[in-house]
Design a protein around this ligand. Structure first.
Ligand code: 1PW
Length: 215
């Protein structure tokens, strides 16, 4: 069987999955959120092997969340809202220092959530870029404004090195498999508000529950 991560895909589909994860009452469905991330990992892997160290951690985090979904307490993990309520009500989260719950849904999802902000900033730069824009510069600017603040020096260093090896803008658009550059730009214009909304709903939920700095 072909590994899921190797299948041909279109970034459009990936972004559509993120759209599906938000219900009318603004609940974020974990299964779709995870499916969206799986697509992003496929995307990263098609950008070259340098990115695999980055996608590896995302794959680990995705698997932890899938394990929660498939466990006997999986019913509590249907939405991010129900997950937060369940884990907090049952003291299943390390709130101040790492301890008994290194794989809590709350701290695991927070890592993906922070990475989603990076993606949002990066895709927005890509959307408004011109032909001579450098993907490596756009990627590292987005990273420096977001995720890097949560990473130790050694990871920042490794990430910076990986960005240098990113394909150029034209090849990047090609890998997205959406169409000519104008179509990519239009697709991103449609998709960005949805990604932003998923991000914002999660951010607000975590802020309300004081979870934004989970160890
Ligand atoms: C080109 C599009 C890229 C968008 C996807 C971004 C995925 C970002 C994954 C960065 C991972 C870098 C290496 C891992 C670092 C982990 O230590 C860190 N994980 C994340 C996702 O930031 C923190 O997780 P930890 O160590 O607290 O379990």
């Amino acid at each position: 069987a072909v590994a899921l991560e190797d299948q041909k895909f279109s970034l459009q589909e990936v972004l559509d999955t993120f759209k599906l994860c938000l219900s009318e009452n603004k609940e974020v469905h974990l299964e779709q959120y995870v499916a969206g991330w799986r697509g992003l990992v496929r995307f990263m892997n098609s950008l070259g092997s340098v990115f695999s160290f980055i996608s590896k951690d995302a794959v680990n985090k995705i698997q932890i969340l899938v394990n929660h979904l498939n466990s006997e307490t999986g019913a509590h993990y249907v939405t991010i809202q129900s997950m937060v309520r369940y884990e907090l009500d049952n003291q299943l989260v390390d709130l101040t220092k790492r301890g008994s719950f290194p794989e809590s849904g709350c701290r695991t999802l927070l890592r993906l959530h922070r990475a989603l902000r990076w993606l949002e900033l990066f895709l927005e730069r890509l959307r408004t870029s011109t032909e001579d824009s450098k993907t490596s510069a756009m990627c590292s600017e987005a990273y420096n404004e977001s995720l890097s603040q949560h990473h130790p020096w050694i990871i920042r260093k490794a990430a910076g090195t990986a960005f240098w090896a990113l394909p150029g803008r034209a090849q990047f658009f090609d890998v997205m498999n959406v169409g000519v550059p104008d179509q990519v730009v239009a697709m991103l214009g449609d998709a960005m508000p949805l990604i932003s909304e998923v991000y914002q709903v999660t951010e607000d939920l975590y802020a309300q529950n004081n979870l934004l700095e989970l160890p």
